[in-house]
Design a protein around this ligand. Structure first.
Ligand SMILES: C[S@@+](CC[C@H](N)C(=O)[O-])C[C@H]1O[C@@H](n2cnc3c(N)ncnc32)[C@H](O)[C@@H]1O
Length: 280
């Protein structure tokens, strides 16, 4: 377990993931009934962008750094604004910081909502405790994310969102992820699940998507964002999200958000993809 998200915090893939996370959480907040936010691989919660890891890669400069300075197209701008309103105050700190998914979620939780965060790396766990642990709505558990997922669903609220954001260190991570999504959906079919994956190999990612489409899990929306040509041994330039039970408005929102992000964060050959893997 060597993965440290500090190297990548605020990069294009984080920006993409956190904007979509924001859209789903805003949708869940439309109804007064409480919901629960569950994360299997929570990370540190907040990242110091001047720290040695973030400074070494400076990936955030091509992600949130660029987005925050960009003129966004009308339509997309309104949809991205809630995320920027969460990130901007932290970016303005000295030293600048970036909100990880637990901090993004925390900003959108209401009084009645709860969150449950799983994290296994001792350093990330300590940081998470310091960054989010003081919030009475948050429960932090030092547990394997896939074990936690099986143990903590369905939540008592019976409404909510699970973010599955593994480090992809293990060679069989795509298989584990597909299995975890299917098992979770069979246990709690009405939950919203958002799963992140890297695209270092386009065929491998497509085969993961096809295996989910065959599993019976539905409805299933697949989003991908690319900022440069995919090179298996090069830096990450494309990533994807699988959304189970996406809010009804998400596809239309993604059709405005993704082209805007690909244009604004492009390094080389950029683009995006929106695909229904399975309908209702
Ligand atoms: C991609 S990062 C999470 C980033 C976070 N979701 C965000 O968007 O801000 C993956 C995290 O999973 C943690 N991790 C690795 N193996 C784990 C496991 N088996 N169970 C739970 N967490 C794990 C790593 O320490 C790392 O913090």
């Amino acid at each position: 377990m060597n993965y440290r998200h500090d190297f990548h915090a605020g990069n294009f893939a984080d920006v993409f993931k956190h904007i979509i996370l924001t859209r789903v959480l805003l949708h869940l907040g439309l109804k007064p009934a409480a919901f629960r936010y569950i994360e299997t691989h929570a990370g540190s919660g907040v990242y110091d962008l001047s720290g040695p890891q973030a400074a070494r890669t400076a990936e955030w400069r091509g992600g949130i750094g660029r987005l925050a300075l960009s003129e966004l197209a009308a339509g997309a701008r309104e949809l991205i604004q809630p995320y920027l309103q969460i990130a901007a105050p932290l970016l303005d700190l000295d030293p600048p910081r970036y909100p990880g998914s637990p901090a993004v979620a925390r900003a959108l939780l209401r009084r009645q909502d709860k969150m449950l965060l799983c994290e296994l790396h001792p350093q990330a766990w300590r940081a998470l405790k310091a960054n989010v642990g003081f919030d009475a709505r948050a429960k932090l558990i030092e547990i394997d994310g896939y074990v936690g997922l099986n143990a903590f669903i369905p939540p008592i609220e019976r409404r909510g969102l699970v973010l599955i954001d593994p480090p992809f260190e293990a060679t069989d991570e795509f298989g584990r992820l597909a299995g975890a999504i299917e098992a979770a959906w069979r246990k709690w079919a009405t939950g919203v699940y958002v799963a992140w994956y890297p695209v270092k190999d386009v065929e491998k990612a497509a085969s993961f998507a096809r295996s989910l489409a065959r599993s019976g899990v539905k409805p299933l929306l697949r989003l991908e964002l690319q900022i440069d040509t995919v090179q298996p041994r090069g830096p990450l330039s494309r990533s994807g999200l699988i959304i189970v039970n996406p809010p009804f408005s998400l596809e239309a929102e993604a059709r405005l958000i993704l082209p805007c992000l690909s244009q604004c964060l492009a390094v080389g050959r950029a683009g995006s993809m929106i695909e229904w893997l399975a309908g209702e």
